[in-house]
Design a protein around this ligand. Structure first.
Ligand code: PLZ
Length: 452
């Protein structure tokens, strides 16, 4: 499929991989020198390739190479880059006003996004939302709200969990390098407990859900104290930690435990939300209804917007003026979100995510059968992963993982890694990617594995 390139990329970009230079090309290399001279060293980049335009399943670089996108800018551009409805609505809003501050003179777009969040998130109870700028800020606010509502301080998080890079969310995040190393001291009253990770559960996957849930309950009752516990914060599919799908039954047990003890259950759906896993929200897979849900990434097709949505009585506990921020719910970002949500509905993107799984999972499983370096294939919808190990063991193999990712990059496939051990190849294509590009990307991956 090809089309005429539009001025800003977007869906009109030809949907074809095209390599016209080596990766990175000369213009990218020159820009990289400028980046290294002026951008802080702490800001890394997965590929040393600079973007010029992007749309659908393609990202075009400054040298004219067209790469297949299996990353969506870390699970953000589910609707594709510069998707029509978002561009149209955001552009209209840019022409009307760019900022008044929702805390000074509010505007309809903010309210409309909160109305959509109330409709779309799990549960039919009365809901309210607060809009902020980033995922980390959403998680910070969820903890603030849960503490205020319960009058308790302790927050329970999980091994392999990721929640952001601010001080509180670094404390909530499990992995030291690169997220926490050297950045302490961290916020107190954070307690980390085991998660039901079937592939690495010591007694095997069989009783993983029951055993892990029992351990968590025990830790909270015996060590933290239920009466001290404000919130349990969990990603329904753990993202940066390695696309870990908790053993079925673990999340419902957690939800029941939280409910029984008046603990606020916070689902961090920043990576899993907005159609990524084949539902609007990953919690729906096991029928979980969290008390609070944090969203970001996919919500606005790339503009910075995030939210905490939850039970009205919990959200409303906080006094007026207790939540907010200068830019939270920026009107252009809200317009983009309304456009993105329109696209998700119109194109039925949950179904597209399920279709991506239908195509990609059997291919990944076939690769695992041929390449014993793949220890496990897992994930849901368009959030899929392969965990790499030394063949015949469960010893993580981050070196091979990095080598496979680098080989994919050289061939024009944007692929990301993840995992506490850095040994997970993760696949997050835009949900609008064409099936031919998806298949071609998987072919490149297979060639990379074969060429090891
Ligand atoms: N919660 C579940 O996935 C962001 C981070 C990439 P922000 N994940 C990508 C990196 O290296 O910084 C994320 C997430 C979950 C919270 C966040 C934080 O969202 O918008 O990056 O602050």
């Amino acid at each position: 499929m090809s089309a005429t390139p539009g001025p800003s990329g977007g869906p009109s970009l030809p949907q074809e991989r095209r390599l016209v230079t080596e990766i990175p090309g000369p213009v990218s290399r020159e820009l990289m020198e400028r980046k290294l001279a002026t951008v802080a060293a702490g800001v890394g980049s997965v590929l040393p390739v600079f973007a010029r335009r992007a749309g659908g399943g393609i990202a075009e670089d400054v040298d004219g190479n067209a790469l297949i996108d299996f990353g969506s800018g870390i699970a953000v551009t589910g609707v594709g880059n510069s998707a029509d409805a978002g561009v149209r609505r955001a552009a209209e809003q840019l022409g009307r006003f760019t900022h008044t501050c929702a805390m000074v003179t509010p505007y309809e777009g903010y309210v409309e996004v909160c109305e959509e969040l109330a409709r779309l998130t799990p549960g039919d109870h009365a809901k309210k939302s607060v809009l902020v700028n980033s995922g980390a800020e959403a998680v910070e606010n969820a903890v603030k709200i849960a503490r205020y509502h319960t009058g308790r301080q302790a927050v329970v998080v999980f091994e392999h969990g990721y929640h952001g890079r601010t001080n509180l969310t670094m404390a909530l995040t499990a992995k030291n390098m690169p997220y926490k190393h050297g950045f302490g001291p961290f916020a107190p009253e954070i307690h980390r407990v085991p998660v039901a990770y079937p592939f690495r559960w010591l007694t095997g996957p069989g009783n993983c859900a029951e055993e892990a849930a029992a351990l968590v309950a025990d830790r909270i009752t015996k060590e933290i104290g239920v009466a001290n516990t404000a919130a349990i914060v969990i990603e329904p599919v753990l993202g940066e930690g390695g696309f870990i799908v908790p053993a079925r039954g673990f999340l419902p047990r957690l939800a029941a435990f939280a409910k029984e003890h008046g603990i606020v259950l916070v689902a961090d759906e920043i990576q899993t939300g907005f159609c990524r896993t084949g539902h609007w929200f990953a919690c729906e897979d096991e029928g979980i209804v969290p008390d609070l849900i944090t969203t970001a990434k996919g919500i606005a097709g790339g503009l910075p917007l995030a939210a905490v949505t939850g039970r009205a009585e919990i959200m409303d506990a906080v006094h007026a003026g207790g939540l907010g921020g200068t830019y939270g719910g920026n009107p252009v970002a809200c317009a983009a979100a309304l456009g993105a949500i329109e696209t998700m509905r119109d194109l039925d993107l949950p179904a597209r995510a399920r279709r991506i799984e239908e195509i990609a999972k059997p291919r990944l499983l076939a690769m695992a059968a041929r390449h014993p370096v793949i220890g496990e294939v897992r994930g849901r919808g368009a959030m899929l992963a392969a965990e790499l190990v030394r063949p015949g063991t469960k010893e993580p193999d981050p070196a091979t993982t990095a080598a496979v990712a680098a080989a994919c990059h050289r061939e024009g496939l944007i692929g990301l890694t993840a995992g506490t051990y850095g040994n997970v190849l993760r696949f997050l294509p835009p949900l609008v990617i064409g099936e031919d590009l998806l298949t071609e990307g998987l072919d490149i991956l297979e060639d990379a594995l074969t060429g090891l």
